[in-house]
Write a protein that binds this ligand. Structure first.
Ligand SMILES: Cc1cc2nc3c(=O)[nH]c(=O)nc-3n(C[C@H](O)[C@H](O)[C@H](O)COP(=O)(O)OP(=O)(O)OC[C@H]3O[C@@H](n4cnc5c(N)ncnc54)[C@H](O)[C@@H]3O)c2cc1C
Length: 389
């Protein structure tokens, strides 16, 4: 079965050519430097890779979610999870807040620069005190004339060091103590999203975080001290932020599934090439039945992940409720990727532990999958809730 048409495949060829020529030769250097060069963004904008689903009047391509799926797959095949994640955050996790809930004036002002790669975006929801419980965020916003004044801090923010625009979740302060209660309660209804320019007085990057993997992707802790944000930069309705975060999470988790499957596919290809040339006990490793069976198991697992993800993509494209399916995609592919990474390193033997082999980086990078964008435990909670358990 095919889900991509000839336009998607042409787009795939364009992204793949870019990745092979302009990404893959530099991955080691970027990982070593702990930074993707900022010049990559206008280049990707020039090629039309940023904001593919946005309306053409804002500089987008007006394409469908399957075009985004192609972009995700090809970026994840680049053996550079750092860039795949940074791009995913810009196009599918941060800027959708503007596209879906921003005023026309805000969209006209910022989206063209986002699509051209001149304004890099970040999404700032998680805080030092917690990430899974989004409704518990403590960053406060107080209305003061034609501004909101924000105070608080954010943790683990991808693109956080380099970004120009931040989509920030904050609780509108009304003087009452921190509210309790289940979904739909004041705890959830009190959160709003704001578009914050980096140059806003009171905004600062407290520190760049040092990570296990995805080392070329910058991750920051942010601080807001009496940060005055123009009232027109409120996105959507005051108090609607929690529901918008949950809505954009669906896209983020689908993208995570696409990244996991394509990254695993590439890792398995590398592993197959390795076991075919590695000699042991009078022949190639691939000649041993136990090795072939392990590879067959991994290929089957990845194929299952792929079709679970594609099925959810189609539901999402058709605007059907896909919360359960997308949560299953995030859970299954993230856990699958841990097994694939473990087995692929094992099949490389000692070389799998060496920095010079891409599988070593894959093993470190992929660990994030069961944590970022909603942990496996939280996915199980959502699935169980969707099943009315
Ligand atoms: C590299 C990286 C990049 C990131 N990028 C961003 C970003 O750009 N923007 C952003 O806003 N956030 C970002 N995050 C944050 C990420 O989404 C959170 O780390 C994640 O949601 C988990 O939150 P936490 O780290 O606070 O863990 P916690 O919520 O403290 O959870 C700790 C553990 O407890 C478990 N747990 C929590 N609650 C329950 C429960 N009810 N039942 C069972 N188990 C539970 C969790 O599953 C987890 O295993 C990033 C994180 C990393 C590591």
């Amino acid at each position: 079965m095919k889900i991509f048409d000839e336009h998607h495949e042409m787009f795939r060829q364009a992204v793949r050519a870019f990745v092979q020529k302009e990404i893959e030769p530099h991955v080691e250097e970027w990982e070593e430097a702990g930074q993707i060069p900022k010049s990559i963004w206008p280049r990707m904008g020039e090629l039309g890779f940023l904001g593919v689903e946005y309306d053409e009047k804002y500089g987008g391509a007006g394409a469908d979610v399957l075009t985004t799926a192609v972009l995700c797959e090809e970026m994840a095949r680049a053996r550079c999870a750092s860039l795949a994640m940074a791009v995913g955050v810009h196009t599918d996790m941060a800027s959708p807040h503007l596209y879906w809930t921003g005023s026309e004036a805000l969209k006209e002002r910022y989206l063209p620069a986002i699509c051209r790669g001149e304004a890099l975006t970040a999404i700032a929801v998680t805080e030092p005190g917690g990430g899974s419980d989004v409704a518990a965020i403590r960053t406060r916003a107080v209305r003061d004339g034609d501004h909101y004044v924000l105070n608080g801090s954010k943790m683990f923010i991808t693109n956080g060091v380099m970004a120009d625009l931040y989509f920030v979740a904050a609780r509108i302060q009304d003087g009452s103590p921190s509210p309790q209660g289940g979904e739909g309660s004041k705890r959830h209804r009190g959160i709003s999203m704001f578009l914050v320019e980096r140059s806003t007085p009171g905004f600062s990057v407290s520190r760049k975080l040092d990570k296990m993997g995805n080392r070329a992707s910058d991750t920051a802790e942010l601080a807001f001290q009496d940060m005055r944000v123009p009232a027109e930069n409120l996105l959507g309705q005051e108090g609607g932020g929690f529901y918008e975060v949950m809505r954009v999470f669906q896209r983020e988790r689908l993208v995570a599934g696409l990244h996991a499957v394509a990254g695993c596919e590439r890792a398995l290809e590398d592993t197959i090439a390795y076991v075919q040339q590695r000699q042991a006990f009078d022949g190639p490793l691939s000649g041993k039945q136990v090795i072939r069976h392990r590879i067959a198991d991994l290929a089957t697992l990845i194929e299952a992940g792929r079709w679970l993800t594609y099925a959810a993509c189609l539901k999402f494209r058709d605007r059907e409720d896909a919360v359960k399916e997308i949560s299953m995609v995030k859970l299954f592919t993230a856990e699958m990727a841990q097994k694939v990474a473990y087995e692929c390193v094992q099949l490389h033997g000692g070389y799998g532990y060496m920095r010079e082999y891409p599988i070593e980086r894959f093993f470190r990078d992929i660990r994030l999958m069961t944590i970022g964008g909603g942990t496996s435990e939280i996915m199980k909670e959502i699935i169980a809730k969707q099943m009315a358990l």
